[in-house]
Structure formats: structure tokens, C-alpha cells
Design a protein around this ligand. Structure first.
Ligand code: UDP
Length: 477
């Protein structure tokens, strides 16, 4: 091993290569800061669309660099300049976007050849990156951005294909080789796993499952105490090497300096008296569904903060807004257009429930804020996350979405919205869920403290990286 003095000159360098979507970039930024705090140099590869957002978040940290890559959109028939997943606004365009991402190999190759990091942290959507890194003897860690439960759930469906042995989409089956008896249906399984066609995502998903064994291991943004049976199952039964190092956003949380008007509005409300409604960065509900949400929320009689992604166009009537809605909800409900400060909102004591699409970041943020959920999964792995929340952790109730439908979601009626919101906001059941989720929130905080389960896993990972680093150093000298 090199003498202590020379170690400083051989700082670990880790390159992160997240998928170009907020839900993947946000936890990557937290990981990058965490790795930098352990003394390593970090580089994040992303497109110019995300550079301003990223620069703001990393606040000129000397240890974190950003390298720009360019998605070859035109090569797959997308308009030039589409360089974030949400800019590809339809399922057809999303498919093409994934295809374009599959062509990023040469750019990654050049960067790795030049910089030779000690390891590459590659997004699940870039399974080919493991082979590119292997060319240079660089180990790859995979990042799926989800929990152990969903990783185990999708592996169960992938290996055993229970959805192919039912007579209808809605006939329930039990997830095979799974720690708990969890009911699922074919309708909840992602399209790209249900059909043996050769869409980009079908191919990608197969490649992803294979690469889990080729890569060095998997980083999981979750904590052991949240889902111990699944952390164990993933490692011991499914045989993957994994480190749980989350909740990532808890490590870097400064004091809340957000001045958004909705936080002031929340200051005027009683504890647990407002429901927060938001569906992440990708979902794209149609007018009919938005109107149904408006009506359901109003009927529930609850106060709410609702994030609507649809832009308001000057002089254009908004079809989804029920007649006189904004007038009637004044003082009771707040609609936020665009990007909301989600974590401070969830942590505000006035917020007592969260209607969520069960994106893993949102789900974990809700758990850490001690807020029970109304689960409304749309696509991706969100239907697994819903089961974790409602059945295993029992900190949420299902709104009743049953069908996986990328971006647009399964239609949910106003009565179902009203009922689920009322259940989570008041009464004995809500109190029980609230006290359970508050206990989990405390466990999350302990996991990221000195000696906590996630900190121990992180230290173990760094020990491995350091020894990989030294052995490659010794090989060179
Ligand atoms: N988010 C936010 N404000 C918004 C919408 C989303 O801060 O208006 C954040 C949210 O806190 C979470 C992430 O964006 O960290 C969304 O990730 P998630 O996995 O929940 O869903 P996705 O957007 O990937 O579907």
C-alpha cells in the first residue's frame, strides 16, 4: 500500500451517471455530496438541461464536477435538444428517448478512458455502461433509485412470470418466492415486462436484470430498518451484493430556508390539517382526471396544497378547473403551478397526509416526514412501492388505481379520491397510521447518524473502494 503521505495525492474519484430525470438526479446529487463528504472527488455526467439545477444544488463544491453529455436525439427521430426524460412528453417519444440514451456509450467510453475513476455509479437505465467500464477495469455500482421491496418484487415477476398464468389482467396472484404474501395483478406489471415484444424498454429491462450479476453491486436509497426482510431477501436469497445507504436526502438537509408562499400559507394552519397532493416530475394527467381530483378534493372537505404541472396560459380557459373552483377554495386550498418545495412542505407540521404517485423519492420523503399516504401509483415500479406502504408498513391507503399506464395513469373517480383522503386525514385508522409512520421517521434519522445502519453500509462500501483503489495503484506502480 502507498505510504500515508501519498494517499492524499490519490484521492478516490467516483463518476456518477444518472438517468436524465429529476427522480434520478435528485438522489444522485445527495449521493455525490455524501461521497464528497467522505473525501472523494466526484463527477456527475448529465445533459445541459440539468446543469443549472445541478450547479445550484452543489453550491460550488470544489470536490464535485459536472461533465456535459449530449443525447443524440436527432439520430432516433426526436427533435434536437430533447435532453431530459420529461421533455419527451408522450410514451412514443419516451421510447425514442431511451433508444437515444442507448447511444451514449462512446461518450462514456471517452470520459472513462481519460479519467479512470475508481468506480462508476451507473443508472439502471444504462445497463451497457457496466461493459464500457469493464474495458478499463473500472467496477460499476448500479443505482435503480428504488427500495429493496420493489427490487425483490420486480425480480419475482421477472423470474417466475406469474402474470402469464392468470386468465385476466385483474385476477390476483401472490408474488412468488417473496417474504410476505403480497397480492398483485398483471395489470400492475409494467407493460415492458408483460409483452414479449422488442420495444426499447423490454430489451433494456432484460439487459438490466442480467447486468445486476455482472456489476460490482447495487446501491439502494433505503434503510435497513424500513424493510429488513427485503434487504435480506435481496442479498441472501436473490444473491445480489447491495449496500443500503439511504435515505440519501437526510444527510445533506440544511435548515429550511425556503421562502415559497405555500410555506407561509401552511404556517397559518393547524397541525395535520392539510393534505398535500403531488405526483412527481413525470406524471401527465389529462383534463378529465385533473377535474376529477379537483372535485374529489373539494368533496373531502379537507384543506389542501395541490401541485399541478399544467402551465397556465394567459387568456386561455382551463378546461380542467371546475366552474368557480378557485373562488370557492380560497383560504382552504392552494394550487401550486410547476415545481413545489416538496420536502419542506411534507415536513411542515400543518401537513397531515400526502396523495402520492409512490415514486420512491416521494414515498421515502413522506416516511421521513412522518406523513401517512394516499397511494396512487401510475407507472414504473410504483405499484410495488404502494404495496410496501399499504400492506407491509401500513402507513397508507390505496386510492384504487389498478392499471400501470405510463405518464397518464389509470383513471380514478372522485368518490374514491374523497374517501381515501378522508381516511388518511382523520379518525382512528389515520391516527394509527400516523403513529406508525412517525416511528419509521425516527428510525430513518437513526440510520444516517454515526453508527446507524446506512452509515455502516456506507463505510463498508468505502473500505471496498479504497482497497480497489490501492490495488489498482499498486498494479500501476
Ligand atoms: N419534487 C419536488 N417538487 C415537485 C415535484 C417533485 O421537489 O414539484 C421532487 C420530490 O421531492 C422528489 C422528486 O422530485 O424528490 C420526484 O421523485 P419521485 O421518485 O418521487 O418521482 P418521479 O418524479 O421520479 O416520478
Amino acid at each position: 500500500r502507498p505510504a500515508m503521505g501519498s494517499q492524499a495525492h490519490h484521492q478516490l474519484h467516483v463518476i456518477f451517471f444518472p438517468f436524465m430525470a429529476q427522480g434520478h438526479l435528485i438522489p444522485t446529487i445527495d449521493m455525490a455530496k455524501l461521497f464528497a463528504s467522505k473525501g472523494s472527488k466526484v463527477t456527475i455526467l448529465t445533459t445541459s438541461y440539468f446543469t443549472p439545477f445541478l450547479s445550484k444544488k452543489i453550491e460550488n463544491s470544489a470536490q464535485i464536477d459536472i461533465f456535459n453529455i449530449r443525447v443524440p436525439a436527432a439520430e432516433v427521430g426526436l427533435p434536437e435538444g430533447i435532453d431530459s426524460a420529461h421533455a419527451a412528453g408522450t410514451p412514443e417519444m419516451t421510447e425514442k428517448f431511451f433508444k437515444a440514451c442507448g447511444k451514449l456509450g462512446p461518450q462514456l467510453d471517452q470520459i472513462l478512458e481519460r479519467h479512470r475513476p475508481v468506480c462508476l455509479v451507473a443508472d439502471m437505465f444504462f445497463p451497457w455502461a457496466t461493459d464500457v467500464a469493464a474495458k478499463y477495469g473500472i467496477p460499476t455500482l448500479l443505482f435503480h433509485g428504488t427500495c429493496y421491496f420493489a427490487l425483490c418484487g420486480s425480480t419475482s415477476v421477472f423470474l417466475h412470470e406469474p402474470h402469464k398464468r392468470v386468465s385476466s389482467d385483474l385476477e390476483p396472484f401472490i408474488l412468488p418466492n417473496f417474504p410476505d404474501q403480497v397480492e398483485f395483478t398483471a395489470s400492475r406489471v409494467p407493460h415492458f415486462m408483460r409483452h414479449d415484444d422488442s420495444t426499447e424498454l423490454t430489451k433494456l429491462f432484460k439487459a438490466l436484470k442480467e447486468v445486476e450479476f455482472k456489476s460490482y453491486g447495487v446501491l439502494v436509497n433505503s434503510f435497513y430498518e424500513l424493510e429488513p426482510a427485503y434487504a435480506d431477501h435481496y442479498r441472501k436469497v436473490l444473491g445480489r451484493k447491495a449496500w443500503n445507504i439511504g435515505p440519501l436526502f437526510l444527510y445533506n438537509k440544511g435548515s429550511n430556508s425556503d421562502e415559497h408562499e405555500c410555506l407561509k400559507w401552511l404556517d397559518s394552519k393547524k397541525p395535520n390539517s392539510v393534505v398535500y397532493v403531488s405526483f412527481g416530475s413525470m406524471a401527465n394527467f389529462d383534463d378529465e382526471q385533473l377535474k376529477e381530483i379537483a372535485t374529489g378534493l373539494e368533496a373531502s372537505g379537507q384543506q389542501f396544497v395541490w401541485v399541478v404541472k399544467k402551465e397556465k396560459k394567459e387568456g386561455v380557459k382551463e378546461e380542467w378547473l371546475p366552474e368557480g373552483f378557485e373562488e370557492r377554495i380560497k383560504g382552504k386550498g392552494l394550487i401550486i403551478r410547476g415545481w413545489a418545495p416538496q420536502v419542506p412542505i411534507l415536513e411542515h407540521e400543518a401537513v397531515g397526509g400526502f396523495v402520492t404517485h409512490c415514486g420512491w423519492n416521494s414515498t421515502q420523503e413522506s416516511v421521513c416526514a412522518g406523513v401517512p399516504m394516499v397511494t396512487w401509483p401510475i407507472a414504473a415500479e410504483q405499484f410495488y412501492n404502494e404495496k410496501l406502504v399499504t400492506q407491509i408498513l401500513r402507513v397508507g391507503v390505496e386510492v384504487g388505481a389498478k392499471k400501470w399506464k405510463r405518464l397518464v395513469g389509470d383513471f380514478v373517480k372522485r368518490d374514491a379520491i374523497e374517501r381515501a383522503v378522508s381516511r388518511v386525514m382523520g379518525g382512528e385508522e389515520a391516527e394509527e397510521m400516523r403513529s406508525r409512520v412517525k416511528r419509521l421517521a425516527e428510525m430513518a434519522r437513526s440510520a444516517v447518524k454515526e453508527g446507524g445502519s446506512s452509515v455502516l453500509d456506507l463505510n463498508a462500501l468505502f473500505d471496498d473502494l479504497r482497497s480497489a483503489h490501492y490495488s489498482s495503484y499498486e498494479n500501476l506502480h
